[in-house]
Design a binder for this molecule. Structure first.
Ligand SMILES: Cc1ncc(COP(=O)(O)O)c(C=O)c1O
Length: 360
């Protein structure tokens, strides 16, 4: 089996070890003569797979008993709608949003359909290259909640220091930073993440929500209510069983490898190496404010835009995949989630050095 290094922003690289285990288990899960994909979600085997995965996630993030963990289909984008639908009473209800990048804008666009949106802080005037410090946020006093995207995947911008978060009802999209390092869940009313970056297959989102927010909202369709999922162990309908199972395998891999404390060490080492290399070069540039740089998504520009396609074709030939930046910002982007080993970052830096020598 040949495996390249995959720097895709999502669906993203999965750990080789997990894929090896998956290959073994696919045709015959633990001697049962069938794959997990073919199991009833009500079978005792699958219920156990689901419960263990949920518990491992809880253990990794140290989620306390005040919170419920839900597995919901529809990716992170459905959460952009479910959040205002569940928490706003009517179209006059007020909530606050941080406008800190492309995903923030999408979340705001959806929320506007359901209530009055106040912008607590925006980095639009900094071209989304600097995450506004929590001390500068202006949260409307009647806000039912305040929404933020903790790590903006496209822009490569992140709120790294959570020390001074306001003590208000915060809801965070953690899609591209969840499980990359320890996170103090108690600072938030709700967290959510699409699975396809640090967790597992796309289509699944994991939600961590304070139990006191699980209130019935009779006018909403059952599938749109958090309470429906909480009351049914996230199995009101047939859940995305394969995604849930594979996510569970990733949680076990994380636990085996020292949990989130170790992940933080590895991820800091990977991202520091890459940023240091870019910063010392006159050919590559990352123009994000240093304190706001993402540990997971590293965008960079080449000396000349005309070299972009050459960079992409030559890197692909070397087995370094999916380095194109998002179409809205151009340039390159290396997403270095948990599934990308440090050797992948080393190989990328080596390639970048050679490319600079040839064309710089
Ligand atoms: C920060 C962030 N939020 C939301 C999304 C949307 O996720 P999904 O495609 O699962 O709906 C993404 C996808 O890349 C993302 O990076």
């Amino acid at each position: 089996m040949s495996r390249n290094y995959n720097f895709c922003a999502g669906p993203a690289a999965l750990p080789d070890e997990v894929l090896d285990q998956l290959r073994e288990e696919i045709p015959d899960w633990k001697g049962k003569g069938l794959s997990v994909m073919e199991m009833s979600h009500r079978s005792k085997e699958f219920v156990e797979i689901a419960e263990v995965a949920k518990q491992d996630f809880i253990d990794l993030l140290k989620v306390n008993n005040d919170y419920e963990v839900l597995f919901i289909q529809g990716g992170a984008s459905l959460q952009f709608s479910m959040i205002p639908m569940n928490f706003l009473e009517n179209k006059e209800s007020i909530c606050s949003y941080l406008d800190v990048g492309q995903w923030s804008k999408k979340a705001i666009k959806e929320a506007k359909k359901f209530g009055q949106i106040e912008i607590a802080a925006s980095s639009a005037n900094d071209s989304y290259k600097k995450y506004p410090k929590p001390e500068s946020w202006k949260i409307h006093s009647e806000s039912i909640f305040t929404h933020l995207v903790l790590n903006e995947t496209i822009d490569g911008v992140c709120l790294r220091n959570l020390d001074n978060l306001p003590k208000t009802s915060l809801i965070a999209d953690c899609s591209s930073c969840i499980l990359s390092e320890p996170l103090d869940v108690s600072k938030f009313s709700m967290l959510y993440a699409g699975a396809q970056k640090n967790i597992g297959p796309s289509g699944l989102a994991i939600i961590v929500i304070k139990k006191d927010l699980l209130i019935e909202k009779g006018d909403l369709p059952a599938m749109m209510q958090y309470k429906t999922y909480a009351d049914s162990d996230s199995m009101y309908n047939t859940p995305p069983t394969f995604a849930w199972y594979l996510s569970g395998m990733v949680f076990k891999w994380l636990k085996k490898n020292g949990g989130l404390l170790n992940q933080k060490i590895v991820n800091e080492s990977k991202s520091n190496k890459l940023y240091s290399f870019i910063d010392q070069s006159d050919f590559y540039k990352n123009d994000i404010d240093k304190e706001s740089r993402s540990m997971m998504n590293v965008p960079f520009l080449l000396g000349e835009d005309s070299l972009n396609s050459k960079f992409l074709s030559e890197s692909e030939e070397k087995g370094l995949l999916n380095l194109a930046g998002h179409r809205s910002v151009g340039g390159m982007r290396a997403s270095i989630y948990n599934g990308v080993p440090e050797e992948g970052v080393d190989a990328l830096i080596e390639f970048m050095k050679e490319f600079e020598k040839s064309y710089g």
